[in-house]
Design a protein around this ligand. Structure first.
Ligand SMILES: [Zn+2]
Length: 412
């Protein structure tokens, strides 16, 4: 039986966990890592949306060699008044680190309860399945205003799809729920995001032939070991910057200050244990509070790291160091919804507004003129790592009901 047939049945029959799980299972089975074309999953989603009674508009674009497709599905008219939004891509994975098959939705016990394992199930294939079933469950007859679904590409690599979608001729709804995992709490803000690197390299003294870029470890009398000597200085300076950032608080966020994380220490190709290292790169992310100017923060880090490194007096003649702080990706601004429309607020089924500790497409829709909140099933803490899962709590019919009530309140 197709979804279309089900929509003719009484509501109780329509909203069964089976439907959501069936869709989620088929979505998980399609690998949709951001670096791949999302065409296979976009086509399956289009089919689901058509079965749900929607009209589909495709907004394709090319990202390098890959073709990506954003989809706008609408029901009850072509320009959605209210829309549920989700991304089609997932983060990358190593199958051998999983205890389950990543591309198979598997129910299993975890910490005393049952969960569903599967790549992207929390972020955010369960949300896609749930929102499509919710739209399917409201008949066109009930809709005074059109309801929509935005299904975007490449969210995990800088919200590229959503940016493309709003800059195309796609109709953007005045009210949008970004269905990222919040355990169905309503969030109306998140911090910004900056991915940057700090690189330090030793300068080779052309006049001194004995001092070489690649010095053998057996002779430590010619070069500074940049990892042993310079890296600790840079990390100490970063700690001091982080301490300073803790003093600039925004009580609307938790933690209330701008965080910086050194996630990866990178080395140039050829680096090995029997060579005295000449360079390193720290890959960092920062989560700035709204009042924090991204450019100013990076300039501050750049200056303080350079001052620290330059103040080091090398015992080796002519040896100097070069530092570089580089933005690795276009930064993502914070998102904060001010003055939510009372009708939208009451449609969400929860008076409380909260904060999510991760970045979303919300700001992109907000900049396009929408009122946006974030609300979706599953927990972000169960995503972005091996054995991604959702508690079976989030596949219960009341979750779909929350979206159905929102659709009825906004569009009925
Ligand atoms: Zn996500």
């Amino acid at each position: 039986m197709s979804l279309t047939n089900r929509t003719l049945n009484p509501l109780k029959e329509v909203i069964s966990t089976l439907n959501v799980l069936d869709l989620a299972r088929r979505l998980v089975a399609i690998e949709s890592v951001s670096s791949l074309s999302n065409e296979p999953i976009a086509e399956l989603l289009s089919q689901f949306c058509e079965d749900a009674g929607c009209t589909i508009s495709r907004f394709p674009y090319n990202a390098g060699q890959q073709r990506q497709i954003n989809i706008v599905a609408s029901k009850g008219g072509s320009e959605p008044y209210f829309a549920l939004s989700g991304h089609t891509d997932t983060v990358g994975y190593s199958a051998n680190k999983w205890s389950q098959k990543p591309l198979e939705l598997t129910r299993a016990k975890k910490k005393g309860g049952y969960v569903y394992f599967g790549l992207g199930i929390a972020d955010m294939k369960l949300a896609l399945a749930t929102s499509i079933v919710a739209v399917a469950s409201v008949s066109t007859r009930e809709l005074k205003k059109p309801v929509g679904l935005y299904l975007t590409a490449q969210e995990e690599v800088g919200c590229i799809g959503a940016k493309r979608l709003v800059s195309s001729k796609a109709p953007i709804a005045p009210y949008v729920i970004v269905c990222e995992p919040t355990e169905m709490a309503v969030a109306d803000r998140h911090k910004g995001y900056i991915y940057f690197s700090i690189s330090v390299s030793r300068n080779h003294d052309k006049h001194d032939q004995s001092a070489r870029m690649w010095a053998h470890s057996s002779d430590d009398r010619k070069n500074t070991n940049i990892i042993e000597v310079i890296l600790p200085l840079v990390l100490r300076e970063l700690t001091a910057i982080k301490d300073h950032l803790r003093t600039i608080a925004d009580p609307l966020f938790d933690p209330s200050y701008t965080t910086i994380n050194v996630g990866v220490v990178g080395q140039p190709i050829g680096a090995t244990k029997n060579v005295i290292p000449a360079a390193f790169t720290l890959h960092c992310d920062a989560r700035p509070i709204p009042s924090m100017d991204h450019d100013m923060l990076l300039r501050l880090i750049e200056k303080r790291v350079a001052d620290t490194v330059n103040s080091y007096r090398s015992p080796f003649l002519g040896e100097t160091f070069t530092t570089e702080v580089k933005r690795q990706r276009k930064t993502t601004p914070f998102f904060q919804l001010e003055d939510i429309d009372p009708s939208f607020h009451s449609a969400l089924g929860s008076p409380r507004m909260g904060y999510v500790p991760y970045n979303t497409e919300a700001r992109i829709f907000a900049d396009a003129g929408s009122q946006v909140v974030i609300m979706g099933p599953g927990s972000i803490w169960d995503a972005h790592h091996e054995d991604e899962c959702v508690s079976e709590r989030w596949v219960q019919p009341d979750v779909t009901e929350r979206y159905i009530s929102a659709i009825r309140a906004m569009c009925g």
